[in-house]
Ligand binder design. Sequence first.
Ligand SMILES: *Cc1c(COP(=O)(O)O)cnc(C)c1O
Length: 375
Amino acid sequence: MFIPFVDLKKQYQAIRAEVLAGIGEALEGMQLFLGQNVQALEAEFARYCGTEFAIGVGSGTEALHLALRACGVGPGDEVITVSHTFFATVEAIALVGARPVFVDIDPHTYNMDPSQIESRITARTRAILPVHLYGHPADMGPILELARTYNLKVIEDACQAHGAECQGCRTGSLGDVGCFSFYFTKNLGAYGEAGMMVTSDPDIARKSKMLRDHGQDAKYHHHLLGVNGRLDEIQAAVLRVKLPHLDEWNERRRSLAQAYEAGLPSSVTKPQQMPWAKHVYHLYVIRTPNRDQLRAWLEAKGVATGIHYPIPIHLQEACRGYCGNDAFLPVTEEVSGEILSLPMYPELTAEEIGYVCDCFRDFSEFGLEASKLEV
Ligand SMILES: *Cc1c(COP(=O)(O)O)cnc(C)c1O
């Protein structure tokens, strides 16, 4: 059996007619500059997240970059975030001339450990940037409380957490701004680059709208130095077809996660869902000390896997001299050597999950011993 890490073709087959009709209509209208689809998607996605406003942008990275700008974060400022994330979280901080200050992660959720934030706050700290990694929300309660006490902005990196919930609130709606990516493999993915900012703060919404469009609010009236960061109309048409399916796709991911939970051996650490959280399993990440042997074993059996992420940001070459390669982040460093992402997408079948679980059992029985002999 061959099980790819993600299979986008199956989903496309199911929604093909609607997608092609949506793209066709957008092209017939030829209203390609911030047209009807972008406006409608913004209203629909704001409603979905439970915020007043949504602003369509070119990517998740753009959403993070412009969110920091709209919150007034700039050169010399510090932003508290995590090193265990996708690189773009930190690139956005660099783009505005600010500096990341890393805190370690919680070993159970792999998200920002709020108990470490307070000791890292300085006179330069302007914002906290938690990441809802893998589809599990960061522990927003204490993060928001610290932000209130120290008058800091909170920017959520919700790029992996469309529809996830923290204390009953959708991710993106808890902080000052929420940032989403519609990169094609995300729980809600476009067929090209796309992203979205959500907020209930009218001032942040107004600035973000200008920033994504060269800082203008009317043609050739530039109030801010912005960027070309608009969401395009064809991607918005695709996303409008997909958004009504998001909850059903997330539920499917959740039931597949339960099947993994029941079928995988107890020797591996499975993802946990905190009592205050709703996990949407953008990635299904297990933890095991024999990660590399296990990964090779699964690959030989036809099961594709991933590692999210193998090198923490603070140890990346690009960050040398920028954000402190000497940061003390023992949990982050330990976790990055032991995590493994298993196939996870709504179209995966129970039979396929069963096969992956069988491969794990075979590994515990034969593979582990064999790999020890080889070394
Ligand atoms: C995907 C992702 C981004 C970047 O989104 P793009 O649309 O690819 O720019 C940022 N942060 C996290 C955690 C992501 O997973």
